[in-house]
Ligand binder design. Sequence first.
Ligand code: HEM
Length: 245
Amino acid sequence: MMHLRVSFNVLYILSMCLGFLCVMFVCLWSGTWRGGFAWDGSFLQFNWHPVLMVTSLVVLYGNAVLLYRVPLPWSKWWRKVAHAGLLLVAVVLCLLGVSAAFDFHSANNIPHLYSLHSWTGIVTVALFTLQWSVGLGAFLLPWTPLAFKSFLKPIHVWMGMAIFILGLISSLSGINEKLLLTLVGGNGSNTEPYNALPAEALFANSLGILVAMFGLVVLKILFSKEWNNTEFEQESDRPLLADAR
Ligand code: HEM
């Protein structure tokens, strides 16, 4: 039992460190290599996009799905509230992040939704928003019948995992696409081409590796049955506040 707790703690701390590094790297990439932030339709507005997407759909989302595994003295109700609250912040940030990319495209007459990245991205954001709304209605509001909660639970869990994986895929494809579009080299460009592996490409590629590692550690924790909190597996029809203690 003891070694299970120790290995959980090691992986959980690793996930926290990787999540922190992901946010730091993406902020530094946009904030220093790409010139900083603004909300004026320029490239500086686009720079919000990677920061908000990685922070919301990767790091906050990953932390929210791990909440049921962390050994805190919290009741099931408080875990549900924290899970939904963290995901609400993530939904808001991810919608802002997508608007940053959409506004930038509109302001510069760039077509919308033409790339594989934008297709996986828009599906991820739509599923996430739907999942959050259905989850709130079904698991936090008091009038949902127990039979419906129990029916929805495995679908919610599977869909939650699918959205996280889609968020990782979208982030990696977005990083790759940004580098291919930006680091073109040649006359008129103040950067070396991507295939010369300039320092910026090395840095952003490393961000991609950090995102992938964070995702793999979160999925390892989620898939390990021994760290499941069995007391949270069954839904109950007790009144909300009875579960709050
Ligand atoms: C979960 C993460 C992400 C999601 C859901 C997502 C979603 C989207 C969407 C929906 C668009 C289309 C905007 C439009 O058509 O007007 C877009 C564009 C774009 N995104 Fe992301 N994105 C994510 C992460 C990233 C990251 C980390 C980068 C890295 C810089 C990035 C780079 C881009 C680029 C370069 C575009 C413009 C080109 C294109 O439309 O493909 N994205 N993204």
